[in-house]
Design a protein around this ligand. Structure first.
Ligand code: ADP
Length: 328
């Protein structure tokens, strides 16, 4: 449905997108994940025809966005990071304006009413956009993307600046739209991509560093788990015992805790759950564990795992080459 091939974008001598390629199949919800400045908006803006690329191509359903812009753009609904709202219009005026702008031929009343139902803005239909909350403004932005019933909907950082309740509502809405649209969700928030997407493409410094199904990324992430644990007992002895627990790859004392407890940072080897063994080891020494919290995985953790993985595969490649050379 969407194909991006060797996309490059330079702003002067700044290389913002560096040879990016990926595809999105019909019906998929794909997360485009990366830290701020990674090149997400630039890629989305090229894909939607807002920006031209320095080189490379983008196709929507086989239509080249630069060579057949009208046909390609008809297939896309786009919610840019700054929704293109006219604040002095009412929601009704704005959606009718977008309908005309897009040259939509569907039954106007019925189509706009259906969209308002889906994004739940019927109760603000007659109100000025200027006076709406940020959450409602975002819904109106999504509504404009849906005018014309495009097959593909692209969201660029749709939850930035919303409160937690609005964030959940917008994520649910995106998931629901994913049932009958192909969706790209560009975000810098890892849990957002995990909550909404089937597949996650990770971009860093303009380059794709991973393209994985959600569950595969999950395995990659849970490979290395970190805990903060409070244990009562003599901290140096406790630390040595912790290091002896099977599966612990790293441990350090973080500081003193309540009473005679100390706080420890403990990391496990990939794929090993150390919690039960840790419990038994501490219990055998009569050192109570009074707290254990899993430290959430960050995008940085994923990058570290990915770099690790890539270095390992590079090493094994060069090993194989050496072995082959030895065969000669
Ligand atoms: P993201 O959406 O992931 O935050 P962007 O695509 O906005 O990243 O930006 C990628 C890089 O390109 C950043 O380093 C940013 O500063 C730079 N950049 C973006 N737009 C412009 C522009 N119009 N002129 C110069 N540099 C830009």
């Amino acid at each position: 449905m969407i194909k991006i091939e060797n996309l490059v974008k330079r702003y002067g001598d700044k290389l913002a997108v560096d040879n990016v390629s990926f595809t999105v199949e019909e019906g998929e919800i794909v997360g485009f994940l990366g830290p701020n400045g990674a090149g997400k908006s630039t890629t989305m803006n090229i894909l939607t025809g807002y920006l031209s690329s320095t080189s490379g191509k983008a196709f929507i359903n086989g239509k080249d966005i630069l060579e057949s812009p009208m046909e390609a753009k008809k297939l896309i609904g786009f919610l840019p990071e700054q929704p293109p709202l006219y604040l002095d219009m009412t929601v009704e005026e704005y959606l009718n304006f977008v309908y005309e702008l897009k040259g939509c031929t569907l039954n106007r009343r019925k189509h706009i009413a259906e969209i308002c139902e889906v994004v739940q803005i019927k109760d603000v239909y007659k109100r000025l956009i200027r006076n709406l909350s940020k959450g409602y403004k975002q819904r109106v932005g999504i509504a404009q993307a849906l005018v014309g019933n495009p097959k593909v909907v692209i969201f660029d950082e749709p939850t930035v600046g919303l409160d937690p309740k609005q964030i959940i509502e917008i994520r649910n809405l995106i998931r629901m739209l994913g049932k009958d649209h192909t969706v790209i969700l560009s975000t810098h928030i890892l849990p957002e991509a995990q909550a909404v997407c089937d597949r996650i493409v990770i971009i860093n410094k303009g380059q794709i560093v991973a393209n994985e199904k959600r569950e595969d990324l999950q395995n990659l992430i849970t490979g290395n788990r970190r805990f903060e644990v409070q244990i009562c007992g003599p901290k140096k002895e406790v630390l040595s015992a912790v290091k002896e627990v099977t599966g612990v790859s790293y441990a350090e004392i973080l500081g003193g805790g309540e009473g005679d407890s100390s706080s420890f940072l403990i990391e496990s080897q990939p794929g090993v759950d150390i919690r039960k063994s840790l419990f038994h080891k501490m219990a055998a020494n009569s050192w109570p564990i009074i707290g254990l919290s899993s430290l959430g995985v960050t995008l940085e953790d994923i990058f570290i795992s990915l770099v690790d993985r890539n270095q390992k595969s590079e090493k094994s490649k060069s090993k194989k080459i050496k072995l082959n050379e030895g065969d000669k």
